[in-house]
Design a protein around this ligand. Structure first.
Ligand code: HEC
Ligand code: HEC
Ligand code: HEC
Length: 192
């Protein structure tokens, strides 16, 4: 009887071990695919080529263009920004300082190899900064199916406030405070 139980236990341990290895492997693979740049940034013009701009589509382009996010890179090209960078001890102009660029463009460290030629860094905090690099989900046939789109790099935020405060926080040299409701209302762009 005890022998049987022990055998059973060994079996269970082996099965769990195999499952664990498989899970760990697929996780690392997904991470690897992402790191290797499987998803690339295609730029706002690609996102709004045929979509995301008419009244019926929800005017996401207009809303973004008139938000400060669209100017976040240009802000770094001002004397005020250079002064902030200098005061922080950086020796490069703000628009060439990676520690400033990360929040003023893609929200992460800049890696040129992740940019397709249509991507324009001057567009600042843009669609893909928040929705994930679009090279693989941009096709209408994929975009139409939310699950497929997510598998192909689309990010849908459920913890919206936590996402915003990944940039809107005291690491920003000019940070004062962040009121989520008020700030979201300034950029809200739901699907109609
Ligand atoms: C990748 C970093 C990043 C993320 C993520 C981000 N922002 Fe911003 N946001 C910025 C930067 C940089 C500016 C300043 C742009 C400028 O003034 O040039 C800004 C400015 C703004 C402004 C204009 C502030 C004003 O005083 O009018 C609003 C509103 C705003 N963000 C809302 C949001 C909301 C809401 C979210 C989350 C859904 C969010 N942001 C996520 C970087 C980010
Ligand atoms: C500062 C971050 C930010 C920027 C920039 C941004 N979005 Fe969004 N967007 C969000 C958040 C957060 C939501 C709500 C949750 C979600 O769908 O991820 C949203 C929602 C949407 C939705 C509605 C999804 C639905 O099912 O209701 C569409 C469509 C969309 N965004 C397209 C765009 C396009 C196109 C651009 C560029 C022109 C853009 N967004 C720029 C953060 C952003
Ligand atoms: C952690 C993200 C983050 C980093 C890092 C960051 N910024 Fe910003 N920056 C923001 C956000 C968010 C805003 C808008 C709200 C605020 O002031 O916090 C902003 C706004 C600004 C503004 C406009 C201020 C105004 O009052 O209109 C300037 C200028 C600026 N940043 C320069 C810089 C420079 C220069 C660096 C690098 C030394 C830098 N930022 C690094 C997130 C960041």
């Amino acid at each position: 009887m005890i022998k049987e139980v022990n055998k059973m236990r060994t079996k269970i341990t082996i099965v769990s071990l195999i499952l664990f290895v498989i899970a760990a492997y697929s996780f690392t693979f997904a991470e690897y695919a992402h790191k290797a740049g499987a998803f690339k940034y295609v730029g706002v013009q690609t996102c709004v080529g045929a979509c995301h701009k008419t009244d019926a589509q929800g005017k996401q382009l207009d809303i973004w263009q008139s938000s400060k996010h669209a100017n976040a890179f240009k802000t770094l090209q001002t004397p005020e920004a250079d002064k902030i960078a200098k005061d922080k001890g950086f020796t490069t102009p703000a628009a060439e300082t990676p520690q400033c660029l990360k929040c003023h463009t893609t929200g992460k460290d800049i890696d040129q190899s992740e940019f397709e030629s249509t991507f324009n860094i001057q567009d600042g905090v843009q669609c893909e900064t928040c929705h994930g690099p679009g090279s693989e989900y941009k096709k209408l046939s994929i975009m139409k199916d939310i699950e497929k789109a997510k598998e192909n790099g689309l990010i849908v935020h459920t913890e919206k406030e936590a996402f915003c405060t990944s940039c809107h926080n005291s690491e920003s040299p000019t940070f004062k405070s962040f009121n989520y409701e008020e700030m979201w209302s300034k950029i809200a762009h739901k699907k109609p």
